[in-house]
Design a protein around this ligand. Structure first.
Ligand code: COA
Length: 332
């Protein structure tokens, strides 16, 4: 039975940097409040007119280049986003068109902050089964256009941001040692409305009304305390389950990349797993929470800076809207 491995990674964020002081000019907040509660110092937001392709294409091209491949070598795209350019079609086809790689299958997945981990598991299964050889997995978000940047939305708007990360997966022989080893995936729809966007939605006719717009139902809504409470339990639980499935313990782990939801959440996860600082990577200070893109962005930074090396045991864990959560264990 063959395995899949990550052959190359890449990321792209918009060039517009938004500092905490910039946000303090839009709403009643402060650099100190944002740093203390979230760890975020700055984030990147798109300029008007920028699209998913503007972020996902450079991220994909960098991942392909790192893998020593071109778009023509890819057999399928798995595109994770919770903030598609349009209700339909999904973002995958826009990336397929921009890549110029032929009529590849393109699968959009909507599992929010866990999107990249879910995407890896789909790509891994496709490669293991022999259905496809090389798959581009992308996590990309434009959250900045879906947030209320007035004081009413400040507990959400200071957290979320825009960006894209990508990985190219391909088959490897298990004798090489490396590859994706295990997954642990979950959801709990009892909490669906704790981090969600109500409208537009097909349960409404029309899908969004003037009344809903006036009530702000188009903005991302979050019960921050509930998200925090569940995230700090679910991520350690799931990451440990994936690790156990792969036959390892935390002593074997070189690096944990937690979804960059909030630095306080990552710190609580690290503490509960009793991990050293050198075993956990955080970059939310510079990028904010880019939802499905946080993990591939962090992974690419780790690879390029030498923090993640061939042979390392890597654990990824994510939690977010749904609630949905999951983890992956990878021998790099
Ligand atoms: N700037 C200044 N004050 C703010 C603020 C902001 N950006 N956002 C909220 N506040 C205020 C609130 O209005 C409240 O004021 P009050 O006491 O006068 O009513 C006070 O700060 C505390 O608000 P609360 O929402 O209880 O704060 P909190 O300690 O729970 O922190 C979060 C808010 C959002 C930082 C925190 O709940 C959190 O990090 N949750 C997890 C969010 C997350 O990670 N989401 C992504 C998941 S993928």
């Amino acid at each position: 039975m063959r395995r899949s491995a990550i052959l190359g990674t890449g990321f792209c964020v918009p060039d517009r940097i938004v500092t905490n002081d910039d946000l303090a000019g839009l709403m009643d907040t402060s650099d100190q409040w944002i740093r203390e509660r979230t760890g975020i110092e700055q984030r990147h937001w798109v300029r008007e007119g920028e699209t998913s392709v503007d972020l996902a294409l450079p991220a994909a091209q960098r991942a392909l280049e790192a893998a020593g491949l071109t778009a023509k070598d890819i057999d399928a795209i798995v595109f994770a986003t919770s903030s598609p350019d349009h209700f339909c079609p999904g973002n995958g086809v826009y990336l397929q068109r921009a890549l110029g790689a032929g009529q590849l299958p393109a699968l959009d997945i909507r599992t929010q902050c866990s999107g990249f981990v879910y995407g890896l598991s789909v790509a891994d299964a496709w490669i293991r089964s022999g259905q496809f050889e090389r798959i581009l997995v992308v996590g990309q978000e434009i959250q900045s256009t879906g947030m209320d940047v007035s004081t009413d939305g400040r507990h959400v708007a200071v957290i979320f941001a825009d960006g894209a990360g990508a990985a190219v997966l391909g088959p490897v022989d298990p004798s090489e040692g490396r590859g994706l080893l295990s997954f642990d995936l979950h959801s709990d729809g009892d909490h669906a409305e704790k981090l969600w966007v109500d409208a537009p939605g097909s349960m409404y006719h029309p899908r969004i009304s003037v009344g809903q717009l006036e009530a702000g139902r188009q903005w991302l809504q979050m019960d921050g305390r509930e998200v925090f409470r569940h995230a700090v339990t679910r991520m350690p639980e799931s990451a440990t389950a994936a690790l156990t499935k792969a036959g390892y313990t935390w002593n074997d782990v070189s690096l944990l990349i937690p979804h960059q939801a909030n630095l306080r959440i990552s710190e609580a996860v690290q503490k509960s797993l009793k991990l050293r600082d050198d075993q956990v990577y955080n970059n939310i200070m510079r990028y904010g929470n880019t939802t499905s893109a946080t993990i591939p962005i962090a992974m690419d930074e780790c690879v390029r800076s030498g923090r993640l090396k061939r042979g390392d045991l890597l654990v990824l864990t994510a939690f977010g809207s749904g609630f949905m959560w999951g983890s992956a264990v990878i021998r790099w």
